[in-house]
Ligand binder design. Structure first.
Ligand code: ZN
Length: 292
Protein backbone atom coordinates (compact mmCIF):
# COMPACT_ATOMS: atom_id res chain seq x y z
CA UNK A 1 0.00 0.00 0.00
CA UNK A 2 3.01 2.27 0.25
CA UNK A 3 3.12 2.45 -3.54
CA UNK A 4 1.76 5.56 -5.13
CA UNK A 5 -1.33 5.03 -7.30
CA UNK A 6 -0.33 5.41 -10.92
CA UNK A 7 -1.73 5.37 -14.40
CA UNK A 8 0.38 3.99 -17.23
CA UNK A 9 -0.32 4.40 -20.93
CA UNK A 10 1.09 2.02 -23.51
CA UNK A 11 0.92 1.33 -27.23
CA UNK A 12 1.19 -1.82 -29.33
CA UNK A 13 3.65 -0.93 -32.09
CA UNK A 14 2.30 -3.49 -34.56
CA UNK A 15 -1.41 -2.84 -34.08
CA UNK A 16 -3.40 0.39 -33.92
CA UNK A 17 -4.31 -0.38 -30.32
CA UNK A 18 -3.48 1.46 -27.13
CA UNK A 19 -3.65 0.39 -23.53
CA UNK A 20 -3.79 1.73 -20.01
CA UNK A 21 -2.94 0.17 -16.69
CA UNK A 22 -3.92 1.79 -13.41
CA UNK A 23 -3.75 1.12 -9.70
CA UNK A 24 -5.96 3.22 -7.40
CA UNK A 25 -5.80 1.36 -4.06
CA UNK A 26 -4.77 4.33 -1.92
CA UNK A 27 -7.27 6.62 -3.60
CA UNK A 28 -10.01 4.04 -3.05
CA UNK A 29 -9.05 3.63 0.59
CA UNK A 30 -9.23 7.40 1.18
CA UNK A 31 -12.56 7.54 -0.62
CA UNK A 32 -13.98 4.95 1.79
CA UNK A 33 -12.81 6.80 4.92
CA UNK A 34 -15.61 8.56 6.82
CA UNK A 35 -18.13 6.22 5.20
CA UNK A 36 -19.57 2.95 6.34
CA UNK A 37 -20.67 1.38 3.08
CA UNK A 38 -21.80 -2.24 2.81
CA UNK A 39 -19.15 -4.41 1.10
CA UNK A 40 -20.87 -4.65 -2.33
CA UNK A 41 -21.15 -0.83 -2.41
CA UNK A 42 -17.45 -0.47 -1.52
CA UNK A 43 -16.58 -2.87 -4.31
CA UNK A 44 -18.71 -1.13 -6.91
CA UNK A 45 -17.28 2.27 -5.93
CA UNK A 46 -13.80 0.79 -6.38
CA UNK A 47 -14.75 -0.49 -9.84
CA UNK A 48 -16.26 2.88 -10.73
CA UNK A 49 -13.07 4.60 -9.57
CA UNK A 50 -10.89 2.33 -11.72
CA UNK A 51 -13.18 2.89 -14.69
CA UNK A 52 -13.23 6.69 -14.23
CA UNK A 53 -9.44 6.86 -14.04
CA UNK A 54 -9.12 4.77 -17.23
CA UNK A 55 -11.79 6.84 -19.00
CA UNK A 56 -10.23 10.13 -17.95
CA UNK A 57 -6.93 9.00 -19.45
CA UNK A 58 -8.62 8.53 -22.85
CA UNK A 59 -9.48 12.27 -22.99
CA UNK A 60 -7.37 14.43 -25.25
CA UNK A 61 -8.00 17.68 -23.39
CA UNK A 62 -7.97 19.23 -19.92
CA UNK A 63 -11.25 18.93 -18.09
CA UNK A 64 -13.45 17.04 -15.64
CA UNK A 65 -15.28 13.78 -16.02
CA UNK A 66 -18.13 12.45 -13.92
CA UNK A 67 -19.18 8.83 -14.09
CA UNK A 68 -22.44 8.16 -12.33
CA UNK A 69 -24.65 5.15 -11.71
CA UNK A 70 -28.23 5.92 -10.82
CA UNK A 71 -31.29 3.75 -10.42
CA UNK A 72 -34.12 2.59 -8.20
CA UNK A 73 -32.13 -0.05 -6.30
CA UNK A 74 -30.81 0.03 -2.71
CA UNK A 75 -27.75 1.93 -3.91
CA UNK A 76 -29.58 4.60 -5.89
CA UNK A 77 -26.51 6.69 -6.67
CA UNK A 78 -22.77 6.19 -7.03
CA UNK A 79 -20.62 8.88 -8.54
CA UNK A 80 -16.94 9.47 -9.21
CA UNK A 81 -15.53 12.87 -10.27
CA UNK A 82 -12.12 12.92 -11.89
CA UNK A 83 -10.00 15.25 -13.96
CA UNK A 84 -7.09 15.09 -16.40
CA UNK A 85 -4.65 15.50 -13.48
CA UNK A 86 -6.03 12.16 -12.22
CA UNK A 87 -7.46 13.74 -9.07
CA UNK A 88 -10.45 11.66 -8.00
CA UNK A 89 -13.27 11.74 -5.48
CA UNK A 90 -16.47 9.76 -5.16
CA UNK A 91 -19.51 8.96 -3.07
CA UNK A 92 -22.42 6.50 -2.96
CA UNK A 93 -25.93 6.83 -1.54
CA UNK A 94 -27.52 3.80 0.04
CA UNK A 95 -31.24 3.95 0.70
CA UNK A 96 -32.16 0.32 1.35
CA UNK A 97 -30.90 -3.07 2.46
CA UNK A 98 -27.98 -4.32 0.41
CA UNK A 99 -27.78 -8.12 0.10
CA UNK A 100 -24.29 -9.45 0.96
CA UNK A 101 -23.61 -10.70 -2.57
CA UNK A 102 -25.42 -7.97 -4.46
CA UNK A 103 -24.24 -7.56 -8.06
CA UNK A 104 -24.52 -4.45 -10.23
CA UNK A 105 -28.19 -5.04 -11.15
CA UNK A 106 -29.24 -5.79 -7.57
CA UNK A 107 -27.48 -2.69 -6.26
CA UNK A 108 -28.58 -0.17 -8.86
CA UNK A 109 -31.88 -1.72 -9.96
CA UNK A 110 -33.38 -0.28 -13.12
CA UNK A 111 -30.88 2.37 -13.93
CA UNK A 112 -28.41 4.18 -16.09
CA UNK A 113 -24.77 4.93 -16.45
CA UNK A 114 -24.30 8.66 -17.03
CA UNK A 115 -20.97 10.01 -18.22
CA UNK A 116 -20.48 13.78 -18.22
CA UNK A 117 -17.36 15.26 -19.77
CA UNK A 118 -16.67 18.94 -19.09
CA UNK A 119 -13.67 20.32 -21.00
CA UNK A 120 -12.01 23.43 -19.54
CA UNK A 121 -12.57 24.93 -22.97
CA UNK A 122 -15.45 23.80 -25.11
CA UNK A 123 -18.81 22.24 -24.71
CA UNK A 124 -19.97 19.83 -22.07
CA UNK A 125 -20.86 16.38 -23.35
CA UNK A 126 -23.17 13.88 -21.67
CA UNK A 127 -23.66 10.24 -22.61
CA UNK A 128 -26.27 7.94 -21.09
CA UNK A 129 -26.51 4.18 -21.46
CA UNK A 130 -28.94 1.76 -19.86
CA UNK A 131 -27.42 -0.90 -17.62
CA UNK A 132 -27.62 -3.69 -20.19
CA UNK A 133 -24.40 -5.44 -19.22
CA UNK A 134 -23.94 -7.65 -16.18
CA UNK A 135 -20.84 -5.77 -15.09
CA UNK A 136 -19.71 -2.17 -15.01
CA UNK A 137 -16.96 -3.02 -17.51
CA UNK A 138 -19.54 -4.40 -19.97
CA UNK A 139 -21.72 -1.28 -19.59
CA UNK A 140 -18.74 0.98 -20.33
CA UNK A 141 -17.70 -1.08 -23.35
CA UNK A 142 -21.26 -0.59 -24.59
CA UNK A 143 -20.93 3.16 -23.97
CA UNK A 144 -17.75 3.40 -26.06
CA UNK A 145 -19.32 1.47 -28.94
CA UNK A 146 -22.39 3.73 -28.94
CA UNK A 147 -20.73 7.09 -28.31
CA UNK A 148 -17.42 6.84 -30.12
CA UNK A 149 -17.73 3.64 -32.18
CA UNK A 150 -14.39 2.60 -30.73
CA UNK A 151 -13.96 -1.04 -29.75
CA UNK A 152 -12.85 -0.85 -26.10
CA UNK A 153 -12.31 -3.43 -23.39
CA UNK A 154 -12.00 -2.83 -19.66
CA UNK A 155 -10.54 -5.24 -17.14
CA UNK A 156 -11.28 -4.26 -13.55
CA UNK A 157 -9.84 -5.97 -10.49
CA UNK A 158 -10.76 -5.19 -6.89
CA UNK A 159 -10.00 -7.13 -3.75
CA UNK A 160 -7.67 -7.28 -0.80
CA UNK A 161 -3.96 -7.91 -0.47
CA UNK A 162 -2.65 -8.40 3.09
CA UNK A 163 -5.93 -7.08 4.48
CA UNK A 164 -5.71 -3.82 2.51
CA UNK A 165 -8.22 -2.89 -0.21
CA UNK A 166 -6.72 -2.98 -3.68
CA UNK A 167 -8.24 -1.73 -6.91
CA UNK A 168 -6.83 -1.48 -10.39
CA UNK A 169 -7.51 -2.24 -13.98
CA UNK A 170 -6.59 -2.12 -17.61
CA UNK A 171 -8.11 -0.74 -20.78
CA UNK A 172 -7.57 -1.60 -24.43
CA UNK A 173 -8.87 0.63 -27.18
CA UNK A 174 -8.59 0.73 -30.94
CA UNK A 175 -7.03 4.00 -32.05
CA UNK A 176 -9.52 6.31 -33.78
CA UNK A 177 -9.46 6.39 -37.58
CA UNK A 178 -7.06 3.48 -37.91
CA UNK A 179 -7.49 0.03 -39.36
CA UNK A 180 -7.34 -2.64 -36.72
CA UNK A 181 -8.28 -6.20 -37.50
CA UNK A 182 -11.01 -7.51 -35.20
CA UNK A 183 -8.97 -10.67 -34.68
CA UNK A 184 -5.91 -8.71 -33.58
CA UNK A 185 -7.91 -6.72 -31.06
CA UNK A 186 -9.56 -9.89 -29.72
CA UNK A 187 -6.16 -11.56 -29.45
CA UNK A 188 -4.82 -8.67 -27.33
CA UNK A 189 -8.02 -8.66 -25.25
CA UNK A 190 -7.68 -12.38 -24.53
CA UNK A 191 -4.10 -11.82 -23.36
CA UNK A 192 -5.11 -8.86 -21.17
CA UNK A 193 -8.03 -10.76 -19.62
CA UNK A 194 -5.51 -13.15 -18.02
CA UNK A 195 -4.12 -10.39 -15.78
CA UNK A 196 -4.33 -11.49 -12.15
CA UNK A 197 -5.21 -9.08 -9.37
CA UNK A 198 -2.00 -9.90 -7.47
CA UNK A 199 0.12 -9.15 -10.56
CA UNK A 200 -1.55 -5.78 -10.97
CA UNK A 201 -0.98 -4.88 -7.33
CA UNK A 202 2.45 -6.31 -6.61
CA UNK A 203 4.42 -5.99 -9.85
CA UNK A 204 5.85 -2.99 -11.70
CA UNK A 205 3.87 -2.05 -14.82
CA UNK A 206 6.77 -3.12 -17.11
CA UNK A 207 6.69 -6.58 -15.54
CA UNK A 208 2.90 -6.91 -15.88
CA UNK A 209 3.04 -5.92 -19.55
CA UNK A 210 5.93 -8.29 -20.22
CA UNK A 211 4.03 -11.18 -18.62
CA UNK A 212 0.90 -10.44 -20.63
CA UNK A 213 2.39 -9.52 -23.99
CA UNK A 214 5.94 -10.84 -24.16
CA UNK A 215 5.59 -11.68 -27.86
CA UNK A 216 4.33 -8.20 -28.73
CA UNK A 217 6.19 -4.95 -29.19
CA UNK A 218 4.87 -2.58 -26.53
CA UNK A 219 5.89 1.00 -25.76
CA UNK A 220 5.25 2.10 -22.19
CA UNK A 221 5.00 5.83 -21.49
CA UNK A 222 5.85 7.78 -18.33
CA UNK A 223 3.27 7.18 -15.60
CA UNK A 224 0.93 9.76 -14.11
CA UNK A 225 0.13 9.84 -10.38
CA UNK A 226 -3.45 9.22 -9.30
CA UNK A 227 -4.67 10.76 -6.06
CA UNK A 228 -7.73 11.38 -3.94
CA UNK A 229 -8.58 15.06 -3.97
CA UNK A 230 -11.79 16.77 -3.03
CA UNK A 231 -12.67 20.05 -4.70
CA UNK A 232 -14.82 21.37 -1.86
CA UNK A 233 -13.82 24.61 -0.14
CA UNK A 234 -15.16 27.24 2.25
CA UNK A 235 -15.45 29.66 -0.71
CA UNK A 236 -17.61 27.21 -2.66
CA UNK A 237 -19.86 26.64 0.36
CA UNK A 238 -20.20 30.40 0.79
CA UNK A 239 -21.11 30.75 -2.87
CA UNK A 240 -23.76 28.03 -2.47
CA UNK A 241 -25.16 29.76 0.64
CA UNK A 242 -25.53 32.98 -1.33
CA UNK A 243 -27.92 31.25 -3.71
CA UNK A 244 -30.33 30.39 -0.86
CA UNK A 245 -33.15 32.77 0.15
CA UNK A 246 -32.11 35.01 3.06
CA UNK A 247 -35.12 33.95 5.20
CA UNK A 248 -34.13 30.30 4.92
CA UNK A 249 -30.52 31.00 5.98
CA UNK A 250 -31.68 33.31 8.80
CA UNK A 251 -34.12 30.75 10.17
CA UNK A 252 -31.40 28.05 10.35
CA UNK A 253 -29.07 30.51 12.14
CA UNK A 254 -31.90 31.43 14.55
CA UNK A 255 -32.60 27.76 15.32
CA UNK A 256 -29.13 26.19 15.23
CA UNK A 257 -26.84 29.15 15.88
CA UNK A 258 -24.79 28.21 12.82
CA UNK A 259 -25.01 26.50 9.47
CA UNK A 260 -23.10 23.26 9.10
CA UNK A 261 -22.27 22.49 5.48
CA UNK A 262 -21.01 18.96 5.12
CA UNK A 263 -19.14 17.57 2.13
CA UNK A 264 -20.40 14.09 1.23
CA UNK A 265 -17.20 13.29 -0.63
CA UNK A 266 -14.51 13.95 1.97
CA UNK A 267 -16.44 14.41 5.21
CA UNK A 268 -15.29 18.03 5.74
CA UNK A 269 -17.56 20.36 7.70
CA UNK A 270 -17.77 24.08 6.97
CA UNK A 271 -19.43 26.14 9.72
CA UNK A 272 -21.01 29.54 9.17
CA UNK A 273 -22.36 31.68 12.04
CA UNK A 274 -24.37 34.92 11.88
CA UNK A 275 -21.21 37.01 11.47
CA UNK A 276 -19.94 34.84 8.63
CA UNK A 277 -23.29 35.15 6.89
CA UNK A 278 -23.24 38.94 7.28
CA UNK A 279 -19.77 38.98 5.77
CA UNK A 280 -20.86 36.81 2.83
CA UNK A 281 -23.76 39.17 2.14
CA UNK A 282 -21.51 42.22 2.29
CA UNK A 283 -19.02 40.72 -0.11
CA UNK A 284 -20.50 41.28 -3.53
CA UNK A 285 -18.68 38.33 -5.04
CA UNK A 286 -16.95 35.56 -3.12
CA UNK A 287 -13.35 34.79 -3.97
CA UNK A 288 -14.20 31.69 -5.95
CA UNK A 289 -17.82 31.59 -7.13
CA UNK A 290 -17.38 28.37 -9.17
CA UNK A 291 -19.61 25.58 -7.97
CA UNK A 292 -19.28 22.07 -9.33
ZN1 ZN B 1 -14.97 17.64 0.19
Amino acid sequence: MANQDQLHRYLFENYAVRGELVTVSNTWKQMLENHNYPLPVKTLLGELLVATSLLTATLKFAGDITVQLQGDGPMNLAVINGNNRQQMRGVARVQGDVPANADLKTLVGNGYLVITITPEEGERYQGVVGLEGDTLAACLEDYFMRSEQLPTRLFIRTGEVDGQPTAGGMLLQVLPAQETQVNDFEHLAVLTETVKAEELFSLAAEEVLWRLYHEEEVTLYDPQDVEFKCTCSRERCAAALKTLPDEEVDSIIAEEGEIDMHCDYCGNHYLFNAMDIAEIRNNASPANPQVH
